[in-house]
Structures are given as C-alpha cells and as structure tokens.
Design a protein around this ligand. Structure first.
Ligand SMILES: Nc1nc2c(ncn2[C@@H]2O[C@H](COP(=O)(O)OP(=O)(O)OP(=O)(O)O)[C@@H](O)[C@H]2O)c(=O)[nH]1
Length: 346
C-alpha cells in the first residue's frame, strides 16, 4: 500500500431505538449509489436476527454483528469486520449503524483503534433523535435510558431531530432547546423520515481537508458505559487486529470547540526515548492516545497506550503488515503543536 492510497471515510449512525437510523441508512445507500460510489455497511443488532438488514437487502456489502452490543462484547470484532469489508469489497465509504442501546463513545474508540490496521477515518457521528420520545423521557424522569440518549447527543457531530410529523411546533422548539443544552455545536436538522441534505456525507473522498471532522465527544469519554439494554459483560474488550497494511502520511481531524481526533501515520521507525518523552509532554488536553510504533533503537514493535497521563508499551509481533500509527483524542489541543512534535520524531 502506498502513502497516496486513499483513506476510507467511516460514518457512524447512532441514536435511540426506533428513532430512524435505518431510514437514514437506506437513504445514504441510495445517495452513494447515485454518485456511483460503493458503500459497505455494518449493522449491529442486539438480537439474533438483523431485521433492519432486510431493509438494506443485498444492495451493498453488509456485515451483520448480531447478538451483542457493538460497544461492549463485540467491540473488538468491529475492527475485524471493518478490515474484512475493506479487503473483500474495497468500498469507497463505510457506514456503521449501531444498536440504539450502544454507547457511541465505545464505538468511536473501537473505530479509531481500527486505524492501526486499516486506512480508515471516522468522519462523522450522526445521532438520530426521536423528538417525541425524548420529550416523554424528559418528563418521565432521568433514568439510565435518558442518560444514554444524552450521551448519544453529546457525541454527535450532526444531529437529526426526526419524526417531526409527530411533534407540534412548540414541541419542536422544546426538543431543540433540550438537545442544544447537551450539544452546543453540532448542526441540528429537524426532519420527517430523515430527509436531510446528504451532501456533507461527501463524495467518499476523505482527503478533502475542507471538511474536517468535528467529533464532539462531550465529557467523560473514557468513563463511558454501555447502554441499559445491552446486558453484556463489559469486562472483555477484546483487542484484535493482526492483519495489517503498512502505510504512511498523516491524517487529521479537528474541531475548534470540542473533542478532536488526530490520526498520524508514521513514515518510518522512530526513536523510543524521543517518542516516550513526547507522550509525557502531551498537554493535559490530550486525554487519550494509542497506536503502533516501530522504534529505530529496538528490534521489536510496540503497541502503546496513553490514558490518564499513564504511558504503556506492549511488545507485539503482528501477523501480517501493521500500520505505524498514533491516534490522539482530546479537547481543544493545538493540532499544529502536536503535528510539529510528531514531525520532530521522523
Ligand atoms: N411518524 C414517523 N415515523 C418514522 C419517521 N422516520 C422513521 N419512522 C418509522 O419509525 C420506525 C423505526 O424506524 P427505523 O429507521 O427502523 O429506526 P431505527 O432507529 O433503525 O430502529 P432500531 O434499529 O430498532 O433502533 C419505522 O417504522 C419507520 O418507518 C418519521 O419521521 N415519522
């Protein structure tokens, strides 16, 4: 794989149970088809049967992750699924629809981890909101489902307040105000049947730096928990991903107001001491980093983790080719400064 090989954009569709995620997904599939772009889809259902998948049919390559919540038990498989879809179908874009019970922060973490072995790029997190459902939940009391809804809204880079046909005009205003309280920056569109302008989902070309991703992950990204309906063992976050490609070049996401993700592909081995020193110098605004590196001063390769200011290196012997990549997640950090630090390493 060459450094010029394209990075495949990934769009995550999140939202409450029955809010209209699949409705949006089918629209997107039609949209990409009209542009003559190949979309691949990952759908996640808590049950054994992917009913929504019937709606998508066999129009696009689809991976079904059933019987588990994408954000916990099968989160580790997410990377494998993405990699397999890419290897088998070479899609121009990947769409992921998560179960309404999933906590998007966990999925975002899973997707960004996948950058270690597939040239992908999380471009947007669209949260579909059932306006009437949200109002009802707000009146009934703030239970666990309510908190999950909040989390899904906080995480969104784009918000769709759907099912407007079921809301009176003053209720629409009420929903908008509620949603704005939790997410100050993401664009918000009020729709019926998720009819939105799909242009921002792009041409599939993620190298378009004119449209940087805003990942407004909100607070508590690392403390995220799974959804209330998930019911799975959260202690097993399998880390997978042995088959990989070696690749180069930096790819970056930015947000001026919220959480940013910066994904940097290293072009060559780097000095281990300089790298560790760089991690330790990271500003407190960077609260998470992870990746795979090859050091010039040791023979082995390492998986590194940086969380809560702690640095951890794990020696790995990857099967197949693995990207040398570092992913940084944080809020309000200076991308220029970080890129300058990274440039010094190479
Ligand atoms: N009244 C109304 N119904 C809608 C609208 N959008 C979608 N629906 C209906 O709501 C139901 C659920 O829509 P889906 O798109 O399957 O929702 P989902 O979020 O994928 O559902 P889960 O996968 O179960 O979480 C379907 O019957 C849709 O036809 C809307 O704007 N108004």
């Amino acid at each position: 794989m060459s450094s010029t090989e394209k990075v495949i954009p990934v769009h995550l569709i999140s939202g409450f149970l029955g809010s209209g995620k699949t409705t949006l997904l089918t629209r997107l599939i039609d949209y990409y088809r009209s542009l003559d772009l190949k979309a691949a889809v990952i759908m996640n259902e808590l049950g054994d049967v992917n009913l929504d998948g019937q709606l998508v049919g066999d129009r696009v390559p689809m991976s079904e992750m059933l019987s588990g919540c994408i954000c916990c038990t099968i989160r580790g498989d997410l990377g494998v699924e993405i990699k397999e879809l890419i290897d088998e179908h070479t899609p121009d874009v990947i769409l992921i629809e998560s179960t309404g019970a999933a906590n998007p922060l966990e999925i975002i973490d899973g997707i960004t981890e996948t950058a270690m072995y597939a040239r992908i790029d999380l471009r947007s997190v669209t949260t579909v909101i059932d306006g009437a459902g949200l109002l009802e939940m707000n009146k009934r009391g703030r239970n666990q489902t309510f908190r999950l809804m909040q989390e899904q809204i906080r995480c969104a880079t784009h918000m769709i307040i759907n099912k407007a046909d079921r809301l009176a005009p003053e209720e629409i205003v009420e929903v908008e105000q509620l949603v704005r309280e939790w997410n100050h920056s993401a664009p918000m569109t009020v729709t019926v049947k998720c009819v939105v302008d799909l242009e921002r989902f792009g041409s599939g070309d993620s190298t378009d730096s004119a449209h940087p991703t805003r990942l407004s992950l909100g607070q508590g990204a690392e403390a995220a928990s799974c959804g209330p309906d998930c019911g799975h063992d959260h202690s097993h976050h399998a880390h997978t991903g042995e088959s990989h490609e070696h690749s180069h070049a930096a790819h970056m996401h930015e947000s001026h107001e919220h959480v940013m993700v910066l994904t940097h592909y290293f072009t060559k081995p780097i000095d281990s001491h300089a790298f560790e020193a760089m991690l330790r110098r990271l500003p407190s605004e960077v609260y998470r980093a992870k990746g795979v590196v090859t050091f010039s001063d040791t023979t082995s390769r390492f998986l590194f983790q940086f969380a809560y200011r702690e640095v951890e290196f794990i020696r790995i012997t990857p099967q197949g080719q693995v990207n040398d990549v570092a992913v940084f997640i944080g809020e309000h950090f200076s991308k220029e400064q970080l890129l300058a630090e990274l440039a010094l390493l190479e």
